[in-house]
Every structure is written in C-alpha cells, then in structure tokens.
Ligand binder design. Structure first.
Ligand SMILES: Cc1cc2nc3c(=O)[nH]c(=O)nc-3n(C[C@H](O)[C@H](O)[C@H](O)COP(=O)(O)OP(=O)(O)OC[C@H]3O[C@@H](n4cnc5c(N)ncnc54)[C@H](O)[C@@H]3O)c2cc1C
Length: 419
C-alpha cells in the first residue's frame, strides 16, 4: 500500500475508516510496445537498477519485466545479511559502496527496510584461520572499512550462548564488522519498486521473457508472454535463471544454478543481537525482530531450478546449528524455503556488456548477492546508461573466465564458508 500509509496519522485514519483509502504501492501497467531500456528480472538487482537509471541517469521510459511477482525470487528468500568484509581490491570497494548505500537507503526511498547494523562476526577456530582473518581485517582497514579482531573472551562477551567449553572446533576468536548487519529482504524489493514506479518506471509482473531479439549483432527487444517489447538496451538481472535467459541470446555463461535453503525457528525472546558465522563449517545465524532465529548453511550439491530444499541439507544445517549453539537442539523449526543461486565459477559476480551490443549482464551473485543489491543496481544502471563499467565494478568482467583475471576470494567473501 502506498507510502504515506506509514505516517501515524494515516494509519489511524485508515484504522477508523476501514482502510479503504490505501493505494497500491506501484501501478500495474500494460507493457508498452517499446521502451528506451528493459530490465529482465524484478528481483532486488533489477528493481534497484531501474530506480537508479531513472534517478541518476534521467531514464524513465523503462520497464522491469518479472515473470512472477515482485519478491518471488531470491530477494524475498535470503537470510538478510549485509556486510563488506572482503579481501581483494576488486571486491572491497564495491561491497563498501553497497554498505554505504544501505546506510542511506531508507531516507533515499522513504521506506522502512529495517536496516539494522548489528554487526557481523566471522568466528575462527584455529591459528591458521586467525591469520587469514587478520589479513582480511587489515585489507578492509586499508580500504577504510571497519574491522575489529575479537579474541575468545571478546566473542564470549557478545555471544555467551556459543559452545566455548565442549566444542569439537573450539572458538579462538572472531573478525567483527560492526557496520554489517541485516536488512529486511522483501521490504527492499517493495521499497525499490515503489520508488522506481514513482519515477515513471513500468513494473510489469507476470511477464516472462521468452526470447531475445538480435539483429546484426545488436539487441532490438525481447519476446515475452505478453508480446514483443522493443528496446535498444536490455539488462539481464535474472539471478538463478541467468543461464537460461542468456541462452535465449545464444550466450553460454560460466554459471551453474544450485538451491540454497533458509530456515526460521519459532520465536524466542531476544537471544542473538548480532550476525554470527561458523568458521568450521558453513553456517550463519541471526535473530529477526519477530524473534525467530534466521539461519542457513550451504547449497545443495547438485544443479537445480527448484525453489525447494532437500532433507540431507536440512539435516546438515541443523547439525551445524547445534555444533555452534547446542541449546538450539530444543528449538522447533517453524519453516524453511529455498532459492535458486547463480553460482559463478570464481564466486564473484558479473556486471558487464556482452558480445551483443546493447545487451548487458548482471549475474553470478552466488549466495551473497543480497548485500550487493544497492551497489549492483547503481553500477548496472551506470553501465546501461553510459555503456562503460562503473569504476567500483570494473573487475566484474565477463571475459575474466577466458583471460584468467579471476576474483577468487578463497577464505573470504566469495568463499561460501565466509557467508
Ligand atoms: C536461502 C538464501 C539465503 C541467502 N542469504 C543471503 C544473505 O544472507 N546475504 C546476501 O547477501 N545474499 C544472500 N542470498 C543471495 C541473494 O538473495 C541473491 O544473490 C540475490 O537476491 C540475487 O539477486 P536478485 O534479488 O535480483 O534475485 P531474484 O530476486 O531471484 O530476482 C531475479 C528475478 O528474475 C526473474 N526472472 C527469471 N527469469 C525470468 C524471465 N525469463 N523473464 C522475466 N523474469 C525472469 C525471477 O522470477 C526473479 O524474480 C541468499 C539467497 C538464498 C536463496
């Protein structure tokens, strides 16, 4: 419902008048036959791209085409963690740019996205892992990013419920990024959608792209379930479906699609006031404002386009939860769900032109693209509007898999164990 409904006076008025005066947050336009640019995929990245195209580059004759409904993809399915604790020069400035955009997002789009900088602690469990975390923390600080090394007691003060006494993988300490935290995932989609709509962007739901029209090496539009839509510039932001959509233009991407599952427990009184990641496995946990513990682990081992998880992964995730916090064994799981991850071959994303003129690609976010949403939209909009990469995303080239300039952050952000 529309933005001013968040004012206390509007809420009171609506409560007394049967809520008849609330308007939809965005229009439901019929798609036009032609636009200046079309974004395929109405997830966080596609919506943010449309918003920044309109706001920063003055392009409002654009459409976001979404095959389902806004929020039906990974943007509404993730575990909400945001951070910029990376190691490589190609990654740190991009993710820090994103974190800075998160810090101003609610004022920017006038929407409560529940941005909560409650801190992210990556635990380490051996001397070697400590060295690795120290190195990463130093790289972050050299780039002006906040990083604090915690010893075992420092971690215990912040999270006394962790298993410090009988753990198979004893906790030696943790790397804390105080400015990291969580953001309410689907509010991000709704907020960007509303803000883009208000700048004239057409958000077209239930509109699947079924083909990409190319003439003489240049994109001229997309075929959709609602007819042909012409556009000289087409941006693909399809996350887990990136390979399938790019294949419509004859492109074969260095991406595999895998399932990742998230879990929410029954509600508890406040227990975990930060985000904690387990360094001896792959597990991350925080507590939502409603009280549920929100956690996740690793991707399923085989490729899939199903938005549902499988029992072995569920068992594995719960084992990791109990290895870290044994008390969780008494907790009841409320629900779990899954999303389709676009796993790139070096763990880093792609924001680049393609060999087809006018066709741009935003993909390869693996399991960590939610935190990138604002910067991804910002940089993809820059690329589409100016046909040149934004400086902080310049390393996310498609041809790096051929030239060997990989962004392989083993042991840091792109490594799934550092989620
Ligand atoms: C369980 C889980 C936990 C995660 N946890 C985190 C986390 O804590 N932190 C973090 O940073 N990241 C996390 N991620 C990753 C993050 O959610 C994704 O990397 C990110 O959301 C992907 O970008 P998006 O929002 O644009 O994707 P999506 O929301 O998936 O958007 C892509 C859209 O494209 C649409 N589409 C596909 N094909 C077509 C077509 N042919 N025509 C039209 N539309 C099409 C889809 O329907 C979809 O809506 C997690 C993901 C999952 C599933």
């Amino acid at each position: 419902m529309s933005g001013d409904c968040f004012s206390i006076f509007t809420l009171l008025r609506q409560a007394w008048t049967g809520q008849g005066g609330l308007k939809p947050m965005w229009r439901e336009p019929e798609p036009k036959s032609a636009y200046d640019a079309v974004i395929v995929g109405g997830g966080g990245h596609g919506l943010a791209t449309a918003y920044y195209l309109a706001k920063e580059h003055g392009m409002s004759n654009i459409a976001v085409l979404e095959k389902g409904w806004i929020g039906s993809g990974n943007v509404g399915r993730n575990t909400t963690i945001v951070r910029s604790n990376y190691l490589l020069p190609g990654n740190i400035p991009f993710y820090e740019h994103s974190l800075k955009l998160w810090e101003g997002l609610e004022q920017e789009i006038n929407y409560n996205a529940m941005v909560s900088q409650r801190g992210v602690i990556n635990l380490f469990h051996s001397d070697a892992q400590r060295d690795d975390h120290v190195r990463r923390g130093n790289a972050m600080r050299l780039h002006g990013v906040d990083a604090v090394l915690l010893d075992r007691e420092g971690v215990r003060q912040r999270a006394p419920f962790l298993d410090f006494d009988h753990a198979r993988f004893p906790i030696h300490g943790g790397l804390l990024q105080p400015r990291g935290g969580t953001v309410r995932h689907d509010a991000v989609a709704w907020g960007y959608a509303r803000a883009a709509d208000r700048r004239g962007v057409d958000i077209v739901q239930n509109c699947a792209v079924t083909g990409i029209r190319v003439e003489a090496g240049r994109v001229i539009g997309v075929e959709t379930s609602r007819g042909l839509i012409r556009a000289p510039r087409v941006g693909l932001a399809c996350a887990g479906n990136s390979s399938r959509v790019a294949a419509m233009a004859g492109l074969r991407l260095p991406i595999e699609s895998h399932v990742l599952t998230a879990f929410v427990s029954e509600a508890l009184k406040p227990l975990i006031n930060t985000v904690i990641t387990f360094g001896a496995g792959h597990f991350y946990i925080s507590q939502s404002d409603k009280g549920g513990l929100v956690f996740g682990a690793s991707i399923d081992g085989y490729n899939s386009y199903a938005q549902r998880g499988n029992l072995p992964t569920i068992e594995d995730s719960c084992e990791e939860a109990m290895a870290l916090i044994p008390a969780l064994g008494r907790l009841r799981l409320l629900r779990h769900w899954s999303g389709i991850m676009d796993m790139s071959m070096d763990g880093s994303p792609i924001i680049d032109r393609t060999p087809i003129a006018g066709l741009y690609l935003n993909a390869g976010w693996c399991i960590g693209g939610f935190k990138a949403t604002p910067a991804s939209g910002w940089c993809f909009a820059h690329l589409i509007a100016r046909d040149t990469p934004h400086p902080v995303a310049a390393a996310y080239r498609l041809d790096r898999f051929a030239t060997g300039h990989l962004l392989d952050e083993a042991g840091t952000g792109a490594d799934v164990t550092m989620h």
